[in-house]
Design a protein around this ligand. Structure first.
Ligand SMILES: [Zn+2]
Ligand SMILES: [Zn+2]
Length: 338
């Protein structure tokens, strides 16, 4: 018997204004392979990467039609015959990293995020804008009970990749950190950075996001053209803007690091050597590892991270993505599925 579920399906990428995701009845993947689990969705967060996928900026897509969504909060519904690490009814999260080969040089040296054979949730395999999803049991995570189903969703990408960005920025306790853009990821990052006694400056054009940053104890807020009281030691950019990189380098102190958390970036204009001189560094943040997710979920629980969320129904995924595109809310959009 073929079991059917509701899903928001992308058949042809298009501008979000044309509502490219359509609600469809599609078969639930069966049978499960021996290391797979079938998960019943509770919620799924909405990420900028979903927007880039839906609008065709990550061309060519490895799979079409595709069900996007990689900030999954779900309950284990069925187990493949070899799955021992979870049981039916466990509440788990699924992140962007869906699977890797575990044999290439990157995987072996702890950089599975760079695996050339990596698969990604809601990109190379169907994701969480649906009632059910399957995932390899080695790539799912038990979720801290202190987060409800909605509040937990943004942890799975905004949180995990925000944490990786913090690590790659090499920020140390007490240093000055600049956050450029203040959406779902940055609003989690600032809470960790404050916990580490960093002084956090937030640069964003959106007045609402500036207010949100003040509420979360930013030491200074302004736009990327404003000059803060001092140079920043580390910077993280969350905006898909190449020209912004030059503005950030103007603010970055000697020996500083800029981590760019963007799967898609417009072209960076020519950079004069002066801006990089004195050992300034730029690093891209690409995907996440399982270790990132494990470490971050532990920190999220320990320091009681508060996620700001805006709920939408599954059918309203296009609206959620559109509101994300135009910064119409603070924090993260989350689809409530069951
Ligand atoms: Zn690999
Ligand atoms: Zn994401």
């Amino acid at each position: 018997m073929v079991l059917i579920m509701k899903a928001m399906v992308l058949r042809k990428p298009d501008s979000i204004e044309n509502s490219p995701l359509e609600l469809e009845d599609i078969p639930i993947k069966r049978p499960l392979s021996e290391d797979e689990v079938l998960l019943k969705l509770k919620t799924c967060g909405v990420c900028h990467t979903d927007l880039h996928i839906v609008e065709g900026e990550l061309d060519p897509l490895p799979k079409l039609p595709i069900v996007p969504g990689h900030e999954i909060v779900a309950v284990v519904d069925e187990l493949g015959e070899n799955v021992k690490n979870f049981k039916k009814g466990d509440r788990v999260g699924v992140a962007w990293l869906y699977s890797t080969d575990q044999t290439c040089k990157y995987c072996v040296r702890g950089q599975e995020n760079l695996c050339p054979h990596a698969k990604f949730t809601g990109f190379s395999e169907n994701g969480g804008f649906a009632e059910f999803v399957t995932a390899p049991s080695d790539y799912i995570y038990l979720l801290p009970e202190s987060f409800d189903d909605i509040k937990a969703a943004p942890l799975m990408c905004a949180g995990v990749i925000g944490y990786r960005s913090l690590r790659l920025s090499e920020v140390k306790p007490g240093e000055t950190l600049g956050l450029f853009g203040f959406g779902a990821s940055a609003h989690i990052v600032i809470q960790i950075a404050n916990h580490w006694d960093c002084e956090v400056f937030v640069f964003t054009r959106s007045k609402e996001h500036q207010e949100h940053a003040k509420e979360l104890d930013a030491a200074w807020v302004g736009t990327s053209k404003d000059i803060p009281p001092k140079k920043i030691d580390r910077a993280i950019s969350f905006a898909p803007s190449g020209p912004l990189v030059l503005d950030i380098l103007q603010q970055l102190d000697r020996g500083g690091t800029l981590a760019i958390n963007a799967i898609y970036l417009s072209d960076i204009p020519p950079i004069s050597w002066d801006l990089l001189w004195h050992e300034r560094k730029i690093v891209s943040v690409a995907n996440v590892t399982r270790q990132d997710a494990i470490e971050f979920l532990k920190i999220a629980q320990e320091i009681e991270i508060k996620t700001e969320t805006v709920p939408y129904s599954l059918e309203n995924a296009n609206q959620a993505l559109s509101d994300l595109k135009y910064s119409r809310f603070n924090g993260a959009a989350v689809l409530k599925i069951s």
